[in-house]
Design a protein around this ligand. Structure first.
Ligand code: UTP
Length: 294
């Protein structure tokens, strides 16, 4: 058994251009899925996976993220005086949830660069990375599934998902061999190589890396060592490739469903499915959908 991972880094300094104009003056991470900002889903997943410290990498125009996880005295006072106990608890629970600290990425120079900004706060210990626009619905939180693999092997682990060939060029794709783990060979892989956004027909597999990672601290040395890649950005996939030269990296095909909520269509799909599952909204929402002539 390897030591437990305590910290999770949430890169949230990207510009969210796929979601313009909503993201012109508002962080993508604060877009609400039904009634909860995307980043809160990710933070709750981390807490349920027994993470103790959250580090959010923010940038210009992202102060509403800090406000969201802070105390709102005025709101609490108002709800208290109106005896709205349930709402008061809802608001308080967010700021009581966990300790969050922040570090700024002054320029959006890429995901790898954003992760590197957290290196001082992480120190030399393994840590998790959560991209909160990948919302994952799973019985066992996706991050917990990866942490179980990390605690067994003591190595980096990335979340993998099967992607249809016509969409594979949008992802980092792995070349990997299955590993027998607890008698099962269908979910765990040892990664041999990876390619960021391969051209159609050139992808080494149909297994794409999605936004959950457990990383060893040597990844910081790899990020420092690599030049800017695609789009002139410091890419995390390039740093993982560099790390692969002398450290093993595992991929885990997690159990659960992932929604790309940073993309307009993915966000709509997630909104409908999450709303339908809600006890308070699901019934009337389903009835409403049935009235639409689709
Ligand atoms: P994305 O590529 O999905 O986010 O990066 P983006 O760049 O904000 O969005 P689009 O593609 O322009 O619509 C994945 C994650 O990495 C963060 C983003 O905030 C997002 O959570 N990120 C990306 C940074 O923190 N800094 C960066 O320089 C780039």
């Amino acid at each position: 058994m390897h030591p437990k991972v305590r910290k999770a880094v949430f890169p949230a300094a990207g510009l969210g251009t796929r979601f313009l104009p909503a993201t012109k003056a508002q962080p993508k991470e604060m877009l609400p899925l039904v009634d909860k900002p995307l980043i809160q889903y990710g933070v709750e997943e981390a807490i349920q996976s027994s993470i103790q410290n959250i580090i959010i990498v923010t940038g210009r125009g992202k102060s509403s993220i800090e406000d969201h996880f802070d105390v709102n005295f005025e709101m609490e006072h108002l709800l208290e005086s109106k005896k709205k106990k349930d709402l008061l608890k809802l608001v308080r629970d967010i700021s009581d949830m966990i300790d969050v600290c922040y570090v700024r990425q002054k320029e959006a120079l890429g995901l790898g660069h954003a992760v590197l900004r957290a290196s001082e706060l992480v120190g030399r210990e393994p840590f998790a990375v959560v991209l909160s626009d990948d919302v994952i619905d799973a019985e066992i939180p996706c991050l917990r599934q990866l942490l179980d693999i990390h605690e067994f092997f003591g190595a980096s682990v990335v979340a993998l998902m099967e992607v249809p060939s016509e969409q594979i060029s949008a992802y980092g794709v792995v070349d990997a061999e299955p590993v027998d783990h607890n008698g099962a060979r269908d979910r765990l892989f040892r990664i041999r190589n990876m390619v960021e956004k391969p051209k159609a027909g050139e992808a080494p597999s149909n297994l794409a890396i999605i936004g959950r990672y457990i990383l060893v601290p040597e990844i910081f040395d790899s990020i420092n060592a690599i030049p800017p890649g695609a789009g002139g950005e410091i890419q995390l996939t390039d740093a993982l490739k560099h790390l692969l030269r002398n450290r093993p990296i595992y991929g885990y095909k997690f159990e659960g469903k992932r929604y790309d909520a940073g993309d307009k269509l993915g966000f709509l799909k997630a909104t409908v499915e999450f709303a339908l599952r809600r006890n308070d909204l699901g019934g009337p929402f389903r009835e409403y959908l049935k009235t639409l002539s689709l």
